[in-house]
Design a protein around this ligand. Structure first.
Ligand code: SF4
Length: 365
């Protein structure tokens, strides 16, 4: 079995650790480029969600590299994620690709098919100690990659030399690609934290603070969202992203629901009581949390036509008024252009700066 999978930020690093330990060969798709998007757009239905198109492009490019199996996560709806995998499977068949499509459906559809899919993904050999060892290291790596990106967002506005910051983080990510043991992993982690803490910081610390909310794929995948976090950081903004792949994985299991998720849902309750699919409720709850934590603004990232985020967007209009918190909505699809996005983000930061000055003056500081 030679398996390929969709890109999602550093998922290729995590799966690159997981699968060789399980004895499964993986064929990562090449990094997302305009070709990936063109392939997806050409073969997917026109009104399909943008992430479906990009991940379809990943599959085709992975198959072109020699993959004979595709791994894809299934969804529960009520949005279109409920039939993503099935559509992609049919499209690949129509294109004449003779590949095994392994869909890891949500356990709510039954634990038996869920474990069956995991067993296939583990190369048919579900030896508990082997899987435990592989999953444990891969999980630590996933959490660590997210911690590194959290640091990158937070420190970009604070460090004197941003290139050094990128060098430390990208260097740690590269080293992770070759990691084979727990001790090696710990060494990389220790070195990265020590290098990060040694970076020279600016004297000021009164940065604008912006939170990122939205649909997981667009909010996380920097090759699709035009690196909006980097852009904000370069404009001198402290950035925090409420969306996390590790939490998404945990929240798949009802008993493991994370504290952040439960809190966000509780905060959103006065505005949105029902599950609307995807990250709709989380978007609302996280925006309220950012308002309570004194953030200056929120950037809402979502795929154009994403149903849960369109519901969230309409709710956020009221949330923004109630908490006096500016929210910038950025819908992204294959027609989105970088120049327009950059202009909107720059104008948004301008507004936030003026508000800060206005309130300082009003408070007589
Ligand atoms: S969350 Fe949005 S983008 Fe994702 S599948 Fe649902 S509708 Fe599509």
């Amino acid at each position: 079995m030679r398996a390929t999978f969709p890109h999602l930020l550093h998922l290729d690093i995590v799966l690159g650790i997981l699968y060789p330990t399980l004895g499964v060969e993986i064929v990562p798709p090449p990094p997302i480029t305009s070709r990936t998007i063109e392939i997806g757009v050409e073969h997917a239905p026109q009104n399909a969600c943008f992430p479906l198109k990009v991940t379809l492009g990943n599959f085709v490019e992975g198959i072109e590299r020699g993959a004979d199996t595709v791994f894809m996560a299934g969804g529960v709806g009520p949005c279109r994620f409920g039939y993503y995998g099935q559509i992609q499977k049919i499209i690949l068949e129509d294109l004449g690709y003779d590949v095994q499509f392994v869909l890891i459906d949500h356990p709510r559809f039954g634990w038996r098919p869920f474990f069956q899919a995991l067993k296939t993904m583990a190369g048919g050999r579900f030896s508990f100690p082997r899987v435990k060892k592989a999953v444990s290291l891969a999980w630590k790596a996933l959490v660590f990659t997210e911690e590194l990106e959290t640091q990158r967002r937070a420190l970009r506005c604070q460090v004197v030399n941003r290139a050094e910051l990128d060098m430390v983080i990208d260097g740690a990510l590269q080293s992770l690609r070759k990691v084979e043991s727990g001790s090696e992993f710990e060494r990389i982690k220790k070195e990265a934290w020590s290098d990060l803490s040694a970076l020279e910081r600016k004297k000021e610390n009164n940065f604008l603070k912006v939170g990122i909310v939205g649909e997981i794929y667009i909010a996380q995948e920097t090759r699709i969202n035009f690196q909006v976090e980097k852009l904000l950081g370069d404009l001198g903004v402290y950035v925090h992203n409420s969306v996390s792949t590790a939490q998404y994985v945990l929240n798949t299991f009802p008993v493991l629901k994370s504290k952040e998720k439960l809190e966000a849902w509780e905060l959103a309750r006065p505005y949105l009581k029902r599950f609307v699919g995807g990250e709709g409720i989380d978007t609302v709850g996280s925006t309220i949390r950012y308002a309570q934590e004194g953030f200056d603004g929120v950037v809402h990232l979502y795929p154009f036509t994403c149903m849960p985020e369109i519901v969230a967007k309409s709710v956020l209009t009221q949330v923004s008024r109630d908490f006096d918190l500016p929210v910038l909505h950025l819908a992204i699809d294959e027609h989105a252009g970088e120049a327009g996005l950059v202009t909107r983000v720059e104008a948004f930061v301008d507004v936030l700066e003026r508000r800060r000055k206005y309130w300082k003056k009003a408070e007589g500081e």
